[in-house]
Design a protein around this ligand. Structure first.
Ligand code: CA
Ligand code: CA
Length: 585
């Protein structure tokens, strides 16, 4: 057979393809199918819907006993603090962010460091709740993450070189950024942190390849949106739900980022507290604070909103992730475990309220929800107006449950299409809270409140614990099972086709339980607290489980009496990866 030069070249090119790892840029299609593809983890949430469900089943209720460490990698440095990052995986590489705006690229199979990026942070950054970062996004050949000085940085996945860098806002005005960006239709979507400093919450969309701003949607009523450099309509109606000028420094920070459902074309962002905390100053619902806001990615406009805590007076940020799912009777819904203690089930397309129920044992600020999901407030449990006190300096103090750290905080829950349950890392705690006079000053804390977080009476919550991993059935509103934990849970959850639920504890244990029954089937102590969500992926026929470790976050800083209870826990900063032990037979 006569071989032409062309056929030889083609043959050798094919050989190269077969033997060398092929670089493939991350596309929108890859991201939209991320939840189903097992060889990579491209998004925060293991798919932009945020279900945190892995279709892998090699590690299952029977084999999990053989799960052992494959490698561990230290983030190093003298500074440690909280590690809340979810790693992403692509082309056999892991990209994991660390505290103090660091990013590490590692060989996903061995943990070998490929490169490390340390963002230069200025003095005077104002992160409210530790120097954390929750992860990076992948697009094209870029890895993109947000920094504590409110910038967005895109690095080349192979070289670690900065490709673009954009300022989100002024750190000196209290802005910061800790959330993992998400990608939707070639846009990188980010929020802002700084609700305790009177920032303006918003969602921004940039061209993921260039960083160029495409649209901005403010989450405080009265502020103008932008698209392609032009005005794109005010959010809501100025002064409809805010008195006077308070909306100009209204908070509603989108600090936990969002989720995206390609079927609805909507990005779902939660919003934080209205500023300041002192609710006596701002009668009205204070939209769009403490809400889920659904934004059409194509237009940059709000399609619907659902507010969990109107006129919030307890710092019940509504930032927690809205996770879309298909119900057993075929409806397209979304679930959210709100900081205020209620779990909400809404229509994913319209936001229509379907169901709401407590996922914690005790709630004092509301007696329940009405038919539209609006809370029935207990007026006696709202912190009093300081202007009505004898000296005008301190309003009536109340004991409210949950505490402002929430029935659930930043640690993301998981949803299993196999069991139909949400797995919610819940906490049971309360707080003394009172209001004080306050006025806005740029770059200064803007609370107008004082507080102390406290544990609850064990008799009221069925035991001496704070944390509880709970399986919640969105169809019935029932807690199906729970695993109690001494310290508050702060780490996030993953569930798998293998019938398992994985989560970490501040005490340092990565745990696995049977997704149906809650029976604990495996645990491993990583040597420092876990405040990050686990992931799973497959490489060369083996299933891996990974989690970042390193105790920190908001609890040690803001936790009052609870912080004292957990002050024996040691800091750290590592990536841990596990796989099934090979017996050698
Ligand atoms: Ca995937
Ligand atoms: Ca807040």
């Amino acid at each position: 057979m006569k071989r032409t030069l062309t056929s030889v070249l083609v043959a050798s090119a094919l050989m190269t393809l077969a033997t060398a790892p092929v670089f493939a840029a991350v596309t929108d299609k890859d991201i939209e199918s991320d939840a189903k593809t097992t060889g990579d983890v491209l998004s925060w949430g293991l798919g932009t819907q945020g279900q945190r469900y892995s279709p892998l089943a090699k590690i299952n209720t029977k084999t999990v006993k053989d799960l052992v460490p494959a490698w561990s990698f230290s983030f190093g440095g003298e500074k440690q603090r909280g590690q809340e990052s979810q790693p992403v995986i692509h082309n056999g590489k892991m990209f994991v962010t660390g505290s103090y705006s660091r990013l590490f690229a590692l060989d996903a199979k061995t943990g070998k460091k490929l490169w490390q990026y340390e963002h230069r942070l200025p003095d005077g950054i104002m992160p409210c709740c530790d120097v954390v970062n929750r992860g990076a996004a992948l697009y094209d050949n870029l890895v993109i993450f947000a920094t504590l000085d409110a910038q967005l940085v895109a690095l080349n996945q192979d070289s670690g070189k900065v490709v673009w860098k954009e300022k989100i806002d002024e750190y000196s005005a209290g802005y910061s950024a800790t959330a993992a960006p998400i990608i939707a239709k070639g846009l990188v979507l980010t929020g802002v942190s700084g609700g305790e400093f009177g920032v303006i919450g918003r969602v921004e969309a940039r061209d993921a390849k260039t960083g160029k701003l495409v649209w901005v949607r403010p989450t405080v009523e009265g502020h103008m949106g932008m698209k392609d450099g032009k005005e794109n309509g005010i959010s809501g109606t100025t002064n409809a739900t805010w008195p006077g000028d308070l909306w100009k420094t209204g908070g509603a920070a989108t600090w936990l980022g969002g989720t995206y459902d390609s079927e609805t074309g909507l990005a779902y962002f939660g919003t934080g507290n209205p500023a300041p905390w002192n609710s006596a100053l701002r009668p009205g619902d204070n939209l769009y604070s403490c809400s889920t806001v659904a934004i059409d990615v194509a237009t940059g406009k709000i399609v619907w909103h659902f507010q969990g805590t109107p006129n919030d007076g307890w710092d019940y940020d509504g930032v927690n992730e809205f996770v879309t799912f298909k119900s057993k009777d075929g409806k397209h819904l979304g679930g959210k475990a709100d900081r205020n203690g209620f779990f909400y089930v809404l229509d994913a397309k319209t936001g229509k309220f379907q169901k709401g129920f407590p996922f914690v044992k005790k709630i004092t600020w509301a007696t329940g929800l009405d038919e539209n999901g609006r809370p029935k407030f207990d007026a006696a449990n709202r912190p009093g107006d300081p202007a009505k006190s004898a000296d005008g300096k301190k309003g009536t103090s109340v004991f409210s449950v949950p505490s402002f750290l929430g029935g659930k905080n930043q640690m993301p829950m998981a949803y299993s299409p196999d069991t139909g349950y949400f797995y919610v890392p819940a906490n049971e705690w309360g707080m003394e809270i009172w209001n004080e006079p306050v006025s806005y000053k740029k770059g200064a804390a803007y609370l107008g409140a004082g507080f102390t977080i406290k544990t609850l009476d064990p008799k009221e919550i069925g035991g001496d614990y704070i944390g509880a991993m709970r399986a919640v059935d969105p169809a019935t509103g029932k807690i199906v099972w729970e695993v109690k934990n001494n310290a508050p849970l702060w780490g996030g959850v993953m569930t798998t086709k293998g019938g398992l639920v994985f989560w970490g504890t501040p005490e340092g244990f990565l745990k696995a339980a049977d997704a149906k029954t809650g029976k604990e089937v495996w645990s491993f102590n990583v040597g420092t607290g876990i405040v990050a969500p686990p992931i799973s992926w497959e490489q060369d026929g083996e299933q891996y489980i990974g989690v970042a470790s390193g105790w920190g976050g908001a609890v040690p800083l803001w936790g009052g009496d609870v912080a004292k209870k957990v002050n024996y826990l040691n800091q750290g900063g590592s990536m841990w990866v596990f796989k099934l032990h090979k017996s050698g037979k």
